[in-house]
Write a protein that binds this ligand. Structure first.
Ligand SMILES: Nc1ncnc2c1ncn2[C@@H]1O[C@H](COP(=O)(O)OP(=O)(O)O)[C@@H](O)[C@H]1O
Ligand SMILES: [Mg+2]
Length: 286
């Protein structure tokens, strides 16, 4: 290990080791869960451009997996592949498989809208509907087929997103009237309202201040008891603090990205195998 790594890493390592128990449980559970959500020789093109090359990745259920790597290496592309968001990009083409509960989600028999109810997404910039806080949850759930009691749903989801106490007296106000951090939690509540099993988050805190960021991270740890979370982040402290597993992506000289290293987060931040991972997590490039 180089000097920079050993001097820069202890803080991240301490953060990451708080996750040891979860990681140990995950190692044991992983064999059972193998293939529940996984990428197999996944490649994504935009037109002729190969954006990500031969990615194999197992996402552990009810754990947090972070995807890190320099800008443009394909993190968002990979994340979008997990719930077929790339379908909305006309030039995008996917090869290989993503398996979720034993089925290839790119099988033509799979309904992508139904899939996205099970594998939801939260974006970088909070994007509440221009509707009331209440309607952001009730309306989204309704158009997705929810026929239960909307008041209960709204309260349950806002509680799960740690937002209820802040908004319970102003549910009829616009979702857009909330602060950035509250808006992001509202978007999370909206995602939870359709009953997903997996939540994909693409740099969900990059537009937030540090306090709002910590709130989202705490929330993620709580949600990981019941949900599988995959988060793209460019914030190394965040990856170390919040995730159980980390996938490091890097692009080659043709600018095609791939996962160069995948391991328990603690390992990635203390004794990575690949020199490029070491350079990246110590901030030497990227
Ligand atoms: N809609 C698109 N059309 C064409 N190229 C794209 C599109 N989205 C991303 N790319 C390209 O694919 C590569 C990976 O992008 P992206 O997945 O956004 O990377 P990251 O999230 O790691 O910054 C980049 O070279 C980017 O320019
Ligand atoms: Mg991105």
């Amino acid at each position: 290990m180089t000097e920079t790594l050993t001097t820069n890493l202890p803080r991240l390592a301490t953060l990451a080791s708080a996750r040891t128990t979860a990681a140990a449980q995950a190692a044991e559970g992983l064999a059972l869960q193998e293939g529940r959500l996984s990428a197999h020789n996944l490649q994504v093109y935009y037109g002729d451009f190969l954006a990500i090359r031969s990615v194999d990745l197992d996402i552990a259920l009810r754990r947090i997996t972070a995807i890190i790597g320099p800008s443009g290496c394909g993190k968002s592309t990979l994340l979008r592949a997990f719930n077929r968001m790339n379908d909305f990009i006309p030039t995008a083409r996917v090869e290989g498989e993503i398996r979720f509960r034993g089925q290839n989600i790119y099988n033509p028999a799979v309904d992508p809208t139904a899939l996205r109810r099970r594998i939801g997404m939260v974006f970088q910039k909070p994007n509440p509907f221009p509707k009331s806080i209440y309607e952001n949850i009730a309306w989204g759930a309704h158009i997705n087929g929810f026929r239960g009691n909307p008041d209960e749903l709204v309260e349950t989801c806002l509680r799960k997103a740690a937002l209820w106490d802040e908004v319970k007296d102003k549910l009829d106000q616009s979702g857009l009237s909330l602060s950035g951090g509250q808006q992001q939690r509202l978007c999370l509540a909206r995602a939870l309202a359709v009953g997903p099993e997996v939540i994909l988050m693409d740099e969900p805190c990059s537009a937030l201040d540090p306090i709002a960021t910590l709130k989202i991270e705490d929330l993620m740890r709580e949600l990981a008891a019941n949900y599988t979370i995959v988060i793209v982040t460019h914030n190394m402290q965040q990856a170390a603090r919040v995730s159980d597993f980390t996938a490091m992506m890097m692009m080659d000289d043709q600018r095609a990205g791939s996962v160069i290293e995948f391991d328990e987060t603690r390992t990635i931040f203390t004794r990575p195998r690949d020199r490029r991972t070491e350079d990246y997590v110590t901030g030497r490039f990227g």
